[in-house]
Write a protein that binds this ligand. Structure first.
Ligand code: ZN
Ligand code: FE
Length: 255
């Protein structure tokens, strides 16, 4: 039976996600920044937490780990290569050690650069991926522990997922990302249309999650270093993809 996904806004602009597998008693939370909103959402939906999934070690993705574990006894699953930095971790996962959530086979993608241990959780049978702070709607994470080539390789890995796959990201940065994207590729009609859509959603205080891999491929400049328009904007017609990606990332850092 298919998973139900509940978006739980945390802190200023973080998202945690509740994944419930109906009829199994299984319920996971992805990237709990803080315990309170998660406990409130569990109560509202009559769910008991059994698992905590972390995409990476940053406090705004793991800050709720210990309190939630204490309160619920949930098992903490995170990047095995970053065990030392994941509070309370029980089970380390990586590309060679996938994970099973009830009847759901969950594959792990190692997508370093924002942090060196960063992973994505891919629920292939549900056509859903949780990308943490590596891929955002129209954006990508900052390069704290990897260079542009490493991030480009990580994003290229995510680009191989099916276009129809739904993507849930770690933050609501979509509107600012859209504004930045428009500076690079104003002639991209799908980007312009999406910018209108997300502007309207944010004016109503609504979430822009989820997005899809296909929509990101068409509108996210960080997945589009090959775009002739972006290259023309940057004056980098003949550069390689990594160099173009690096220039986009550094412009966003200063946007
Ligand atoms: Zn982060
Ligand atoms: Fe974050």
């Amino acid at each position: 039976m298919s998973l139900s996904i509940t978006i739980v806004p945390c802190l200023k602009d973080n998202y945690a996600y509740l994944l419930a597998a109906p009829g199994t008693g299984l319920c996971a939370v992805v990237d709990p920044s803080e315990p309170e909103p998660v406990l409130k959402a569990l109560k509202e939906h009559g769910l008991s937490l059994t698992h905590i999934l972390n995409t990476h070690h940053h406090w705004d993705h793991t800050g709720g780990n210990l309190a939630l574990k204490k309160e619920t006894g949930a098992e903490i699953v995170g990047p095995g290569k970053d065990r030392d930095r994941i509070p309370g971790i029980d089970t380390g996962v990586d590309e060679s050690a996938p994970w099973q959530f009830g009847s759901h086979q969950v594959s792990i993608l190692e997508i370093p650069a924002h942090t060196c241990g960063h992973i994505a959780f891919v629920f292939r049978d549900e056509n859903v991926v949780f990308t943490g702070d590596t891929l955002f709607a129209m954006g990508c994470g900052r390069l704290f522990e990897g260079d542009a080539a490493t991030m480009w390789a990580s994003l290229s890995k995510l680009k191989t997922l099916p276009d129809s796959m739904r993507v849930y990201c770690g933050h609501e940065y979509t509107l600012s990302n859209a504004r930045f994207a428009m500076t690079l590729e104003p002639g991209n009609t799908e980007l312009a249309a999406r910018t209108k859509t997300v502007t309207a959603l944010r004016e109503k205080g609504e979430t822009t999650m989820p997005t899809t891999i296909g929509l990101e491929k068409k509108t996210n400049p960080f997945l589009r270093p090959g775009s002739p328009e972006i290259r023309a904007t940057l004056g980098m017609q003949n550069a390689d993809d990594v160099a173009v990606f690096a220039e986009i990332r550094s412009r966003k850092d200063n946007f």
